[in-house]
Design a protein around this ligand. Sequence first.
Ligand SMILES: NC(=O)c1ccc[n+]([C@@H]2O[C@H](COP(=O)([O-])OP(=O)(O)OC[C@H]3O[C@@H](n4cnc5c(N)ncnc54)[C@H](O)[C@@H]3O)[C@@H](O)[C@H]2O)c1
Length: 289
Amino acid sequence: MDIAGKTAFITGGASGIGFGIAQRLLANGARLVLADIRQDHLDEARQFFEERQEGRNVHTIRLDVSDRAMMREAAKECEAVMGGPDILVNNAGIDPSGPFEQATYQDWDYGIAINLMGPINGIMEFAPGMRARGRGGHIVNTASLAGLTPMPSFMAIYAVAKAGVITLTESIRDSMAQDNIGVTVLMPGPIKSRIHESGQNRPERFRDGSGFRKNEEQLAQRVVADSWMEPTEVGDMIVDAIRNNTLYVSTHGNWKDAVEQRFRALMDSMPEAKPFDFSATLAVPRKPD
Ligand SMILES: NC(=O)c1ccc[n+]([C@@H]2O[C@H](COP(=O)([O-])OP(=O)(O)OC[C@H]3O[C@@H](n4cnc5c(N)ncnc54)[C@H](O)[C@@H]3O)[C@@H](O)[C@H]2O)c1
C-alpha cells in the first residue's frame, strides 16, 4: 500500500524503535498519532517534530497499552483528530527480565499485559474501525528475535510474550487479508533505544510484589552501545514492509544458526507423516445424510 496521505497510530511511538518508525513514516508522507505511557517522551517527540515544522502532522496521546478502556478512547481520538488509522503499529514494550526463580505473578502479569496483550488490545480496539472504513491498511506488531531464538530463563517472560506476538501476527493474516489489511511482525535484534528505562514504565498496578526490582535498577544502568542499529534504519525496513505487505522483518542475521538449529531439532522430532483422515478431527457438524 501507499504511505503518503495515510494516518499511522504508533504505540510506544515517542522513543526508540517506535520513534524511528514514526520519523520514516512521516518522511514518506504519513500523518502520525503517537501514543505512549510517558508524557516526557511524548513532549520530546512533539518538540522534535515542531522544530521541523511538522507539528500539524503529529498528534500525541497518553496511553497505557495494557488498559483496554484507554486503548478504546485512543482509537476514538485518533479517528476524530487525524482520521483512520490506516496503519496500526503495536510497538510499545518493556523488558521484564530477571532471575526466573525470583519471578512473581506480578512480573508475569506485567510482562504479558504489556508485551503480548498490548498488541492484542490494539488489534481488538482498532481493527474493527479499520475494517469498517473499507480502505484496507496495515498492522505492524513489534516482537523480537528473542521470540524465535532459544533464550535463557532470565528472559523467559520476554521470550514467551514475543513468541506470542509472532504467532498472533501469523495467525490473523488470513482474516485481515479479507479486508485488504496487511500484517507484518517486526523481530529486532539490538537497536538503540531507552528500553533500559523499563522500570520507570511499569504501570502502578504491577509494582507491588515484583521479584525483579533489583534487576530493573541494574538494567537502568545499561549503556546503549554504538554498534546497535539506529531506530530510523528499522523505520526504513518497516516502510518497505508496509509497501510490499511483507510478513516477517528481522533486523539482524546474527542468530540465524541458533534459529536454524531450533527448527532442525523441531523437524527432527516429527515422525514421517502417515495417511490421516482430517475430516474426523474437524469440529464442524456433519450434514445429515
Ligand atoms: N531495542 C531493542 O534492542 C529491541 C529489540 C527487540 C525488540 N524490541 C522491542 O521494540 C519495542 C520498542 O522498544 P524500544 O527498544 O524502542 O524501547 P523504548 O523504551 O525506547 O521505547 C518504548 C516506548 O514504549 C513506551 N511504553 C512502555 N510501556 C508502555 C505502555 N504500557 N503503554 C504505552 N507505551 C509504553 C515507553 O515509554 C517508550 O517510549 C518493544 O516492544 C521492545 O520489546 C526492542
